[in-house]
Design a protein around this ligand. Structure first.
Ligand SMILES: Cc1ncc(COP(=O)(O)O)c(C=O)c1O
Length: 339
């Protein structure tokens, strides 16, 4: 049995999703004429309470478009040192946007008003790069799938307003946060100028992310998407998968969270193994004394995990992992630690 827990991007489209894709009504989206893309974009704009939304190939592009559309080269983006755009987006902020980053240590991959405030630069002195955007991640990937509280986001909004800054949310796993909290997607989005989420992670689609914001912001993002080669033609095939996921795959994220908790519970207390963070959603981060040996042993049993540091591992639960696979993974991890 192969139990691939490396990422929730490994999901394969279900039969229902494939049928929806096959049946999709399509047109040329670069002409704005794909009815399925248009329906998805309107639906998401409404869901998030924003003026407009733009379907894009990846979360990386959604973040980049948000940054490009709200800054000028030479500006600074403030974000957690664990943030995805800082760690894993190939330096695109610098290479494509000409942007500087000011990273904040934070905790659980999150940043607070008190942590960010001292690093804001707003001055007429032309020596300095001006702070332009604060970026948060919800849920946090390197922070173990942790969820921002609305209070923390609201306080960052107030800080942004007081300094004429923009607030962006990388909500790659926004619906994991939604189903596990008392907040709606719009509650989180309300405080942000721009917000994106991915269809290609827990929602189980093969491709796709979406960026939402004001009409003007999305108009600007649309120009940058074209510039970066992200204009897609009969993209309704992909948007149909996204629409299907919004209909069928959000509530089921709770099952991934339940399995992540059960996995953790089964490993808790084992000698040598520790958990640096809580596990509120689908990502379990844990530490073992000899990472390569552990990965090798569980890999021999078909259980695939990804390293997140010299001792740190990540297991991510998703739609392709069922209870039998959970039991197999748990057993393999326990046996690997036993010697
Ligand atoms: C928090 C977060 N943001 C952005 C992305 C980028 O998404 P993509 O791989 O679609 O570019 C990821 C991907 O894992 C992510 O975890």
């Amino acid at each position: 049995m192969i139990v691939d827990l490396r990422s929730d991007t490994l999901t394969r489209p279900t039969a229902g999703m494939r049928a929806a894709m096959a049946a999709a009504e399509v047109g040329d989206d670069v002409f704005g004429e794909d009815p399925t893309v248009n329906r998805l974009q309107s639906r998401v704009a409404e869901l998030l309470g924003k003026g407009s939304a733009l379907f894009v190939p990846t979360g990386t592009m959604a973040n980049l478009l948000a940054f490009l559309s709200q800054s000028r080269p030479g500006d600074t983006i403030v974000l957690s040192e664990d943030a995805h755009p800082y760690n894993y987006e190939a330096g695109n902020l610098a290479a494509v946007g000409g942007l500087m980053t000011r990273t904040i240590k934070g905790s659980l991959g999150q940043i607070t008003r008190a942590e960010v405030e001292p690093y804001i630069v707003q001055t007429p002195d032309h020596h300095y790069s001006q702070t332009r955007i604060i970026s948060v991640e919800n849920t946090t990937n390197r922070g173990g799938g942790n969820i921002y509280s609305i209070e923390t986001i609201r306080a960052l909004r107030e800080l942004a307003d007081a300094n004429r800054l923009k607030l962006h949310c990388d909500g790659a796993r926004l619906f994991n946060a939604v189903v596990e909290s008392n907040y709606t997607a719009a509650d989180f989005a309300k405080h942000c100028d721009s917000i994106c989420f991915c269809f290609s992670k827990g929602l189980g689609c093969p491709v796709g992310s979406i960026l939402a914001g004001s009409r003007d912001l999305i108009d600007e993002a649309h120009r940058f998407r074209k510039m970066l080669g992200g204009g897609m033609r009969q993209a309704g095939i992909l948007a149909a998968a996204a629409n299907y996921a919004l209909d069928h795959h959000t509530e089921r994220l709770r099952e991934d969270h339940r399995r992540a908790r059960e996995f953790r519970k089964a490993l808790e207390g084992l000698p040598g193994l520790s958990f640096p963070f809580q596990t509120p959603t689908n990502i379990v981060i844990f530490e073992v004394p000899d990472l390569m040996q552990f990965i090798g042993k569980v890999g021999g049993e078909g259980v695939l995990l990804i390293p997140m540091g010299p001792k740190r591992l990540r297991a991510v639960f998703h739609i392709d992992i069922d209870d039998a696979m959970l039991a197999h993974a748990t057993k393999a991890c326990r046996a690997a630690l036993a010697g």
